[in-house]
Design a binder for this molecule. Sequence first.
Ligand code: FMN
Length: 200
Amino acid sequence: MTSNRIVVGMTGATGAIYGVRLLEVLAGSAFETHLVASEWARKTIAIETCRRPDEVFALAHRTYREDNQAAAISSGSFLTAGMVIAPCSMKTLAAIANGLADNLVARAADVVLKEQRKLVLLVRESPLNVIHLENMLKLARLGVVIVPPVPAFYAKPHDLDEMVDHTVGRVLDLFGIDHALVRRWGGSSPVEQLVRLPEI
Ligand SMILES: Cc1cc2nc3c(=O)[nH]c(=O)nc-3n(C[C@H](O)[C@H](O)[C@H](O)COP(=O)(O)O)c2cc1C
């Protein structure tokens, strides 16, 4: 069964702009967004963007409190296409990797995992320690898509917005959602013609 609902989680890693942009783009799509943001996501939105957290939350179709474990997205019977956490902190990554559903971000992700739906994590930390890497590996083995928001320089982004759009566009690709956010690599692109590959 398919659903046009996507759960969006936002946590307190740097990169609130990724979640904001994802919500903006999905607001203009046929998808319905169900947002849960952690307390530290609220704070990083305030610190890093020129938006107020409530303005950002208004982009979603429905917003839930982090401590509302009775929310619709807390149950597998509420059908969704899956969940994106953008950005995803190491703390939330660890909670998901260990089944510690102690807030609604982690619980909603736990539900997506148990229902075998798509879970996409824009994990952000640098450098990464072994605990971070092991948590990512554990989840990747369960089919979770680990998407560190790392810029694609081949796309020759002009500014930060284009870098962010590229990552958000690649996330939308994972859900099969049409968009024009990504300058795609093409076999006959002018960029490729500039590259002289060695003869073999
Ligand atoms: C400005 C700022 C940037 C942060 N950046 C990161 C980060 O990139 N990655 C990370 O794992 N935690 C980062 N943190 C720390 C998290 O906010 C903190 O671990 C928090 O407890 C995460 O909780 P949450 O996952 O429930 O949002 C940052 C905190 C602040 C204030």
